[in-house]
Design a protein around this ligand. Structure first.
Ligand SMILES: *[C@@H]1O[C@H](CO)[C@@H](O)[C@H](O)[C@H]1NC(C)=O
Ligand SMILES: *[C@@H]1O[C@H](CO)[C@@H](O)[C@H](O)[C@H]1NC(C)=O
Length: 372
C-alpha cells in the first residue's frame, strides 16, 4: 500500500512538471529522488551478474526481481545514470515505468534496445553520445509519453517516435533539419523543446510540423533569422529567444492566434511591424528584451489580456503616452503586472506618469537603469 503511494507520487512529480516551467538546463538530476537503497536494489544486482539466461532468471526468488548490473531498480523506476554505459543495458524489468540512462556514453540505440518495455512511461537519455537510432528502436514503447534526449549528437529528430509521446526534449544536439513528416502520427504530442541546435529557418521542410497539436515549442539558441510561419497554430507558448531574428513582419505571427506567451528576447530585432501583434488577441506575456528596438512596438494597448512586457536593454529613446494603455479603460481586461524598460536610452523623467495608467501597481514598472 505504502509503496504504491510512493510510486504514484513519483509519477505525478514527473507528469506535473509543466513544460513551461521545466528549464532545459536543469534536467541533470531530474530523477534524483533520493532512494535510500536499502530495499533490494543493491543486493539484487550483486546476486545476479550472470548474463541472464532464461533459466537462471526463473530461479531467482520473486523478491529479487531483475535489475541490470549497477542500476538501481525500485518501484518500477530503473536508474542507470552515471555508470559509463556504452549501450542500453539488457534485462530491464518489463514493468519499468521510468528508465534513467542519463550521463553515460551510449552511442547508438539498436533495434532491440527497448525490447519488451511496453509499460515505459518516461525515458531519459540525456547527456550521452547518441548519433544513431534504429528506425524500429522505439517500436516496443507503446506507452511512452516523455522522451528526454538532450545533449546528444543527433543530426535529425529520430523517425518513428512512439505515437503515445506527449513531450520531447531534444535540446543541444546537432540538428540542422526537420524533414517533412518527422512528427506524423504524433497526435498526442504537446510539448517540444529543441533549442541549442544549429537549425536555420531553411532547415524546416514545409510540412515539418504537420499534424501536431502542440501547446509548447521552444527553439532557443538556434540560428533562426525570422519567426517561422508554419509551426502548429495550436501553440500557446512559443520561445525563440537567443536567435538571430532581425524583424517581426506583419504576417509572421498571423497563424498563432492562441499564443499566451511569446519569447523573442536576445535577438537582433530592430522592428516589430505595425499590426503584427494584432494577430495575438490572447497574449499574456511578451518578451522582447535585449534587442535593438528603437520604439515600443505598436499595438500593445489593443491586447486586452497582456500583463507582462519585457523591453529592457533595447535602444528605445522615447515612450509615448498611448504606447501601453488604451485611451479610456474600455478595452483592457487585465492590468499590466510587469513592464521592464531599463537599459534603454529613454529619459525617463520625460515619460508622462499617465503612460502607465493601466498598470496594476507602480512597482510593476522597471524603469531607469538601476537594474542594469
Ligand atoms: C499602425 O496602424 C494603425 C492602423 O493599421 C494606425 O492607426 C497607426 O497610426 C499605425 N501606427 C504607426 C506608428 O504607423
Ligand atoms: C540606437 O538608435 C539610434 C537612432 O535612434 C541610432 O543612431 C543608433 O545607432 C542605435 N544604436 C544601436 C546600438 O543600435
Amino acid at each position: 500500500m505504502l509503496s504504491q503511494c510512493y510510486l504514484l507520487l513519483l509519477l505525478s512529480m514527473v507528469s506535473l512538471t509543466p513544460c513551461s516551467l521545466a528549464l532545459p538546463f536543469e534536467q541533470r538530476g531530474f530523477w534524483d529522488f533520493g532512494f535510500d537503497g536499502e530495499a533490494g536494489g543493491l543486493m539484487m544486482t550483486m546476486m545476479r551478474d550472470e548474463e541472464g539466461s532464461g533459466s537462471g532468471e526463473e530461479m531467482l526468488p520473486e523478491i529479487f526481481p531483475l535489475c541490470p548490473f549497477g542500476c538501481h531498480c525500485q518501484l518500477k523506476v530503473v536508474q542507470c545514470s552515471d555508470l559509463g554505459l556504452i549501450e542500453v543495458p539488457k534485462n530491464i524489468p518489463p514493468d519499468t515505468k521510468l528508465l534513467d540512462l542519463q550521463n553515460n556514453h551510449i552511442t547508438e540505440l539498436k533495434e532491440d534496445a527497448f525490447k519488451g518495455l511496453s509499460n515505459l512511461y518516461a525515458l531519459s537519455l540525456v547527456n550521452n553520445k547518441i548519433w544513431k537510432v534504429h528506425p524500429r528502436a522505439f517500436s516496443p514503447l507503446r506507452h511512452l509519453q516523455k522522451l528526454y534526449f538532450s545533449k546528444n549528437l543527433l543530426t535529425a529528430i529520430p523517425r518513428n517516435l512512439p505515437p503515445s509521446l506527449v513531450e520531447l526534449r531534444i535540446h543541444d544536439n546537432h540538428i540542422k533539419k526537420v524533414a517533412e513528416g518527422t512528427f506524423s502520427g504524433l497526435g498526442n504530442m504537446n510539448c517540444i523543446e529543441m533549442g541549442g541546435n544549429p537549425i536555420r529557418n531553411s532547415g524546416f521542410e514545409p510540412g515539418a510540423f504537420k499534424g501536431l497539436k502542440l501547446n509548447y515549442l521552444r527553439i532557443s539558441e538556434a540560428k533562426l533569422t525570422g519567426v517561422p510561419k508554419d509551426f502548429p497554430e495550436s501553440l500557446s507558448e512559443l520561445h525563440l529567444d537567443q536567435n538571430q531574428i532581425q524583424a517581426v513582419e506583419l504576417e509572421d505571427l498571423s497563424r498563432y492566434k492562441n499564443l499566451f506567451r511569446l519569447g523573442l528576447g536576445y535577438n537582433r530585432i530592430r522592428m516589430v511591424e505595425n499590426g503584427s501583434l494584432s494577430y495575438l488577441p490572447n497574449l499574456r506575456e511578451l518578451h522582447l528584451e535585449n534587442n535593438q528596438l528603437t520604439r515600443v512596438p505598436s499595438g500593445l494597448p489593443d491586447l486586452k489580456y497582456l500583463q507582462v512586457v519585457y523591453l529592457h536593454s533595447n535602444n528605445i529613446s522615447q515612450v509615448g503616452m498611448d504606447d501601453f494603455c488604451p485611451r479610456g479603460y474600455g478595452m483592457k481586461r487585465t492590468f499590466y503586472q510587469g513592464i521592464s524598460l531599463y537599459g534603454n536610452p529613454v529619459p525617463y523623467w520625460e515619460v508622462q506618469p499617465s503612460t502607465f495608467r493601466c498598470v496594476y501597481d507602480r512597482l510593476a514598472i522597471h524603469f531607469g537603469n538601476y537594474k542594469k
